[in-house]
Design a protein around this ligand. Structure first.
Ligand code: XMP
Length: 326
């Protein structure tokens, strides 16, 4: 347990110089731990696993095998970015698995949120396990554990950890950023040359768009959600809100409202905008988005996304509303 406690005298990593010193030290430690053996990493494209991947690529190159499972619930362009950055730019040993059909088939008709989370978490382990079984000579499993994960693993966020990895995998762990806080991981990520947008990405739940396509997921509503969410993100990037707001997204309930498009009545879905600020996700306040920006987002979503007839704004702080809708 004592190895899990961050030493009080450990210097906080606040600039490139300190980040580079951390990177050099970790490279030595990783090489000493791993030797000439292979390491497996589930690369989600999130901040923590991306930084661990970049660090390990620098330390041991092709001895690292990254597996990216696309569960079909990623945001627009995310899996593509993982392939671009890690597969192409960093020339990583990357295995990309498009498991969209497997996940969406299992989720068909399932409306209970906890059941949905269980299916997504369970299937993730199945897919990852199957891939791991095909690989030979893997001795280590790398993980993007960060210090708050260790602090909170018995706390309130435990119910979120459905996307964990198989417990019976008999591999020694490599966890190079486990003593760092999130902001330190980000500084290290930038020092490693990862794109700013990847390193400063807003939090995204493991079950992804699955918990924002409310109720039983259908492919057409999921597609509308992905497009609407991409428009929201693009407009937040354009007006500077992306740098300011902690988490922002669209949720689409399983219901329709009538609208008129090109003179015809259309039963369309409602896209709900949620934009919150928080420090620890335990409580959250609402970002007051200027109306001109809301008008622009609404106009774009209703004209560019097939099937959406209305845009709504969720102005409920946490408590009482949780950040996600389910
Ligand atoms: P709530 O909805 O509980 O969300 O206010 C607090 C934070 O946790 C994220 N969240 C999840 N993250 N798996 C995750 O990895 C989940 O099932 C999950 N549910 C919520 C949420 O996005 C917010 O940042």
């Amino acid at each position: 347990m004592s190895s899990n406690i961050r030493p009080e005298n450990m210097q906080r990593i606040t600039n490139f110089e300190l980040a580079n010193a951390f990177i050099d030290e970790q490279i030595k430690e990783i090489r000493a731990q791993v030797g000439d053996k292979k390491v497996l990493l589930a690369l989600s494209g999130g901040v923590d696993s991306s930084v661990v991947a970049a660090l390990l690529i620098k330390a041991i190159g092709k001895q690292l095998v990254c597996v990216h499972v696309n569960h079909g619930l990623m945001r627009k362009g995310e899996s593509e970015q993982v392939i671009e950055v890690f597969g192409k730019e960093l020339d990583a040993n990357l295995i990309y698995i498009d498991a969209t059909d497997r996940f969406l088939n299992l989720l068909q008709g399932v409306s209970d949120p906890e059941q949905k989370r269980k299916i997504i978490g369970g299937e993730f382990i199945n897919v990852f396990d199957e891939e791991a079984a095909k690989l030979e000579g893997i001795s280590f499993l790398a993980q993007g554990t960060i210090y708050p994960d260790i602090l909170e693993s018995h706390g309130v966020k435990a119910h979120h950890n459905v996307g964990g990895l198989p417990e019976d995998m008999e591999m020694e762990l490599v966890e190079p950023v486990k003593l760092l806080f999130k902001d330190e991981v980000r500084v290290v990520g930038e020092a490693l040359g990862l794109p700013h947008a990847m390193v400063y990405r807003q939090p995204f739940p493991g079950p992804g768009l699955g918990v924002r396509c409310l109720g039983a997921i259908t492919r057409d509503r999921l597609q509308a959600l992905r497009e609407a969410d991409a428009i929201l993100r693009e407009e937040f990037d354009n007006c500077g809100l992306a740098e300011k707001v902690w988490q922002y997204f669209i949720a689409i309930p399983d219901m329709t409202a009538v609208g008129v498009i090109d003179g015809k009545r259309l039963d369309g879905w409602c896209a709900i905008i949620r934009a919150v600020n928080t420090t620890d996700a335990m409580t959250a306040t609402i970002e007051e988005i200027p109306y001109n920006i809301l008008h622009k987002i609404t106009a774009r979503i209703t004209s560019e996304v097939k099937g959406i007839s209305r845009v709504l704004m969720d102005i409920t702080p946490k408590p009482v509303g949780t950040i996600e809708w389910e």
